[in-house]
Design a protein around this ligand. Structure first.
Ligand code: 1PZ
Length: 211
């Protein structure tokens, strides 16, 4: 993975994560997250407490992907089936499986909704729109509902350190503003589709509130 972020690569990894049968390949899903971590890192150290958490969750999933049960961790669908059938998920309170694939991926899944909401705001923003406002509105509509007070406060502080809209567009490495906006328009339906497939799968299996 290259160090510099490119929005194009995020788009490609999320596109590769969808199988013909509309299942989601975990390998590409976490590759997408790795790209996003590179993006966060390029914005500065204030975000390192956030990217560290994402990195540790990616690591948990990577361990499953390369572990002895890896054949069950090819898609989110196969992971859910395998972990549920084998009682590998703490369903109501944390117990003997505090780091199941299902609960770990759920944290990234919720964050993907934040990303979708934020990028949609960025796509339709105007020159005087503030990234901190776009970020926190998207956060309040999504992830914040799952975070305790202390984390919400810390996140609020981090948002104040966000660079402006122009920097965001530049860091995306996708050409001028018009090109970035076009690429966002192309990426968002894909991100939304991956999100919705996962959301439906988790809802069907009653997994949306995993501890
Ligand atoms: C580019 C600006 C980045 C803004 C990011 C906005 C989201 C803030 C999320 C703050 C996470 C704070 C640190 C850790 C929290 C964890 O407690 C939770 C729950 O995990 P658990 O404790 O249950 O194991 N972790 C999460 O909710 C995952 C958060 C992922 C945030 C990903 C941000 C995506 C950034 C993409 C960059 C464009």
């Amino acid at each position: 993975m290259a160090d510099t972020f490119s929005l194009q690569r995020v788009l490609e990894t999320f596109r590769s994560s969808l199988s013909e049968k509309k299942e989601v390949y975990i390998k590409y899903y976490i590759a997408g997250w790795q790209e996003l971590v590179a993006f966060m890192n390029s914005l500065g150290n204030v975000f390192s407490f956030i990217s560290k958490d994402v990195v540790s969750k990616i690591q948990i999933l990577e361990n499953f992907l390369s572990g002895e049960n890896r054949s069950h961790y090819v898609t989110i669908q196969s992971m859910v089936k395998y972990e549920l059938e084998n009682d590998l998920v703490d369903l109501t309170k944390r117990g003997s499986h505090p780091e199941s694939g299902c609960r770990t991926l759920l944290r990234l899944h919720r964050a993907l909704r934040w990303l979708e909401l934020f990028l949609e705001r960025l796509r339709t923003s105007t020159e005087d729109s503030k990234t901190s406002v776009m970020c926190s509105e998207a956060y309040n509509e999504s992830l914040a509902q799952h975070h305790p007070w202390l984390i919400r406060k810390a996140v609020g502080v981090a948002f104040c350190a966000l660079p402006g809209r122009d920097t965001f567009f530049d860091v995306m490495n996708a050409g001028d503003h018009t090109q970035v906006v076009a690429l966002l328009g192309e990426s968002l339906p894909l991100i939304a589709e991956v999100y919705q497939i996962t959301e439906d799968l988790y809802a069907k299996n009653n997994l949306l509130e995993l501890p």
